[in-house]
Design a protein around this ligand. Structure first.
Ligand code: PLP
Length: 406
């Protein structure tokens, strides 16, 4: 039986088309439940999950310890608003700040909101602390920073993401990837910040080179520009360090987090140096839900588990293992695989052709991954993924490549 052809699935699809805005190109699958690195559809068919809700469920799906924390806090206090002091927020802040060189944190609800907050903070810092009219934000081509008006303007991609939403906010410049001269040319006395992902996730799993990052860092220092790192996808052990910028030996002025922070509950964070944080004062920036009791308690437990289980080391090792297996497949199919790329378990396999048939064939073989930029299979599994699961994936990819006529 084909995965997409059940009457229950068809009924769900039909119902959704009548009820929801048509914003998602969905996979032909309805997921009923999940456990660690496995997803189960309506017929209880099991899939191995190499996507983790797009780099979100890093500790695996439906962890008991997190469910316990969630229910315990839900019985104590769910929401009271940021008009009140709340201890779970502080416990989380202490843990989060212990993983990096930042001094202060602002909690919010998503990656886009975290990046929006980072952009606002950079502008406010220039205005209030530096007393300068510097507002421009420079970003890189193929970057992805979110879907709010500012973050989609910051996003260095064209197409449906921007079509029909003009006028877009002013003050954003996008420059080519890995091009220091272009970046230098874009810097002016109006520049507030340069905003980068250490590995572009949506943009095709492209890590920045250390040389380019050093150039960016020096350019920022020389010109008094803030460096914002978007760690929404790369952060929280995904790339083999707690934060991806730690691979590069830099200290961002501001960086953002979301996705894996509460392992599937919506949460984001803006982290920054003390001097930068001083730009915000009561009334400058706020959110109703940010840092609520349940998400904060869960996120604090997420960080405990990440540290206890040394998940950054694990992500690094598993990424290395995956890379070695993909290189073996490349030897077998040199005309079909260009190569592995990425950092840790933010992993891409670049194909020499459009990968939609391979992606579909993997789905038929009960493997869930993602295709980005047309030719890159993106793997962002739970960081608890095992060697056995990676071997199953590699065998499935081998068979898919063997069968493909391209
Ligand atoms: C690097 C990066 N920044 C920002 C976002 C936006 O996050 P959200 O969808 O939580 O708003 C994403 C989402 O994929 C992302 O990968």
């Amino acid at each position: 039986m084909s995965f997409e052809m059940t009457s229950k699935f068809d009924a769900i699809k039909e119902k959704e088309s009548n009820l929801l805005c048509n914003t998602y190109g969905r996979y032909p699958l309805a997921i009923a439940r999940a456990e660690d690195c496995r997803l189960y559809d309506l017929e209880n068919t099991e899939y191995i999950d190499f996507l983790a809700g797009i780099a979100v469920c890093s500790l695996g799906h439906c962890r008991e310890e997190l469910a316990d924390v969630m229910t315990e806090q839900a019985r104590k206090l769910v929401h009271v608003s940021n008009l009140f002091y709340q201890e779970p927020q502080l416990e989380l802040a202490e843990k989060l700040l212990s993983t990096c060189a930042a001094d202060k944190v602002f909690f919010c609800n998503s990656g886009a909101e975290a990046n929006e907050g980072a952009i606002k903070l950079a502008r406010k810092y220039m205005h209030t602390i530096q007393g300068k009219n510097r507002h421009e934000i420079i970003t890189l081509e193929k970057s992805f920073h979110g879907r709010t008006l500012s973050t989609l303007t910051a996003t260095g991609q064209a197409g449906p993401i921007k079509e029909g939403f003009h006028p877009l906010p002013e003050g954003f410049i996008t420059v080519p990837f890995e091009n220091t001269n272009a970046l230098r040319g874009a810097v002016s006395d109006k520049t507030a910040a340069i905003m980068i992902e250490m590995v572009q996730g949506e943009g095709g799993v492209r890590p920045l080179s250390s040389e380019f990052v050093q150039d960016i860092s020096e350019l920022c220092k020389e010109n008094g520009i803030l460096l914002i790192v978007d760690e929404v996808q790369t952060g929280l052990c995904r790339t083999g360090r707690f934060w991806a910028h730690q691979h590069y030996g830099i200290t961002p002025d501001i960086f953002t987090s979301a996705k894996a922070l509460a392992n599937g509950l919506p949460m984001g964070a803006v982290l920054c140096r003390d001097e930068v944080a001083r730009a915000f004062e009561p009334g400058s920036h706020a959110t109703t839900f940010g840092g609520g009791g349940v998400v904060s308690a869960v996120a604090a437990k997420v960080i405990d588990i990440m540290l206890e289980e040394k998940l950054s080391e694990r992500a690094f090792e598993m990424g290395k293992y995956l890379s070695a297996q993909v290189l073996k497949l490349k030897q077998k199919y040199p005309e079909k695989i260009i190569g592995p790329r990425g950092l840790g378990l933010l992993f891409g396999i670049e194909l020499a052709f459009n990968g939609s048939e391979i992606w579909k064939s993997l789905l038929n073989k009960r493997i869930i991954c993602n295709l980005t930029q047309g030719t890159i299979l993106r793997l962002v599994p739970p960081l608890t993924i095992t060697h056995e699961d990676i071997n199953i994936f590699i065998a499935a990819l081998d068979a898919a490549l063997e069968e493909s006529e391209t």
